[in-house]
Design a protein around this ligand. Structure first.
Ligand code: 3PY
Ligand code: MG
Length: 254
């Protein structure tokens, strides 16, 4: 599954969505709907390692690629979510090369890192998997680093030099706050910085991702070489649909 995802990312484009619900049905629906990946969010929202385990089972049922966004203070969380079967991790607020190196260290078994070893976990099929196959397959988990703050922007060149990151993800909302225009994700200064990060990452051979909540921005960033786009959040999409339905059935038009 991980190899196919990486290949599609390399050759083409992957379409995803954020999830902040705790109901596995939502994850199944996203898979049935055709999304390539889901980012299950532990940075914002009510989920915990315990609730996420069921969401990962639901992802497997429909073949949607599950990435878990951990919190900024992630030292124990990265190993925990990989142990329960996340195929990738996404880490917010990467500020410098040391942050990036630490993520790689916590995500990979030796010789690439020093992730804590346990083969009696869901990711190793509760010990039924050959231990050496598990260690080598686990070391292919997708690593996504979020650049969204002033230090991260400043240090992007050094971050790109760190071996092991698969995707540099630009968080436009935090980035807009960093640039003094909170929430204005279409502000020219935000757009300019995003374009700079995209150019540098593409030049450095690292795929770029971002978050969008309009189709226009999805088209714009895809056209500029962004290959991993998370379109909005399950709860937001559901809310928008509710508003539309209520307007329609009460005669208010759409
Ligand atoms: C941001 O826009 O800051 C994000 O982290 C998107 O998820
Ligand atoms: Mg953010």
């Amino acid at each position: 599954m991980i190899r196919d995802f990486k290949q599609k990312l390399k050759d083409d484009f992957v379409a995803g969505i954020f999830s902040k619900t705790s109901d596995p049905a939502f994850i199944e629906i996203m898979g049935r709907g055709g999304f390539d990946f889901v980012i299950i969010d532990l940075e914002h929202g009510p989920n915990s390692v315990q609730t996420v385990q069921n969401l990962l089972c639901a992802a497997e049922v429909t073949g949607i690629f599950p990435i878990i966004r951990v919190k900024e203070d992630n030292s124990s969380l990265i190993g925990e979510v990989l142990d329960i079967g996340a195929c990738g991790i996404q880490v917010p607020h990467i500020n410098n090369a040391d942050d990036a190196k630490e993520v790689v260290m916590l995500s990979r078994f030796a010789p690439l890192g020093m992730r804590g070893v346990c083969r009696f976990v869901r990711a190793a099929d509760y010990s039924s998997m050959d231990r050496f196959s598990y260690f080598s397959e686990a070391n292919e988990a997708v690593i996504v680093l979020q650049i969204e703050g002033p230090e991260g922007i400043e240090n992007i060149d050094r971050v790109l030099e760190v071996e092991g990151a698969d995707i540099i993800f630009i968080g436009p909302y935090d980035l807009s706050q960093s640039l003094g225009v909170p929430g204005e994700v279409d502000h020219p200064s935000v757009e300019k910085k995003m374009k700079e990060i995209i150019e540098k990452s593409v030049r450095g051979g690292v795929a770029v991702g971002t978050f969008v909540d309009t189709y226009e921005n999805a088209d714009k960033w895809r056209g500029l070489g962004v290959k991993y786009i998370a379109y909005s959040v399950d709860v937001g999409i559901f809310y928008d649909k509710c508003v539309e339905v209520v307007k329609r059935i009460t005669g208010g038009g759409v």
